[in-house]
Design a protein around this ligand. Sequence first.
Ligand code: RUB
Length: 318
Amino acid sequence: MEPAIHDDVASVADDIASMEVRGAATIARAAAEALRTQAQSSDATDPQAFRAELRAAARTLHDTRPTAVSLPNALRYVLGGMTGGTVEALRDSTVETATDFLSRLDRAQDALGAVGANRLRDGDTIMTHCHSTDVLACVRHALDDGKALSAIVKETRPRNQGHITAKQLREWGVPVTLIVDNAARRYLNDVDQVLVGADSIAADGSVINKIGTSGLAVNARDRGTPFMVAAQTIKLHPATLTGHTVEIEMRDEAEVVDPETRAEIGDITVENPAFDVTPPRYVDAIVTERGQFPPESVVWLMRELYGEGTREPWAEPV
Ligand code: RUB
């Protein structure tokens, strides 16, 4: 018999797949909460069945989106804390670990914000791409430190997550100029600091983030504009330590062009990669809750935090 997955877990998985819940840190949070719900509401009567349920729930959550490593890292963290010889002990330890994970996530983002804010000066104009809660934590801290900032916000086709960033910044009183993605280079001379988030960071310091990030980074380097990545350590991708590459999600072509317009254009191929890879040489700093790093040195941090742990998050303990 298949292990019973709670309805809430299935619906969180659907929400992540459909991007109702999106952004690497938010996805990690939703996944940890879902595992906690699964543990709290499990009807399993023996430890083996309980473990099987939690692993099945983790697999369902994992198979939603492939690029943000915060998702498997969150699942691995919670499942790693599932210990005990009885259902009650397994339940308690899982719930406790998930709760601990969620508070660590909040603390990490806050600490990261304080580090990133140090790179911003009073009067700076920043440029953003997509919507990153880690980036916004840096902005929030800088504002709380009394610095005045203004922002040039790229809309970020095809899903326009730049609108979410613009709305948040306006709520905080930050003057916002919204531009189409193609206009970024024209405005880079007016920008003091480009700030982007990350879905995954590879062992060589490559940054995997929303499609368009790499082009922005190359343009920023050409213009001499500092390019900073705000990413909690949960974005470090442990499997890349052993040579794995990060899978880039390909999404529905209807996000790029609606079916009628596509039919009118004629026989075309439409591609919709959701993310791209920015080589480390275009990145000035990766800001984490553990301090800021030149991209080439994150490998040491990654080894310290994850060792060589590259197993799938639902694997049986070895
Ligand atoms: C979101 C995206 C964000 C990172 C970081 O992509 O690329 O820059 O996830 O976000 P999508 P955060 O909208 O496709 O999920 O800093 O909030 O973790």
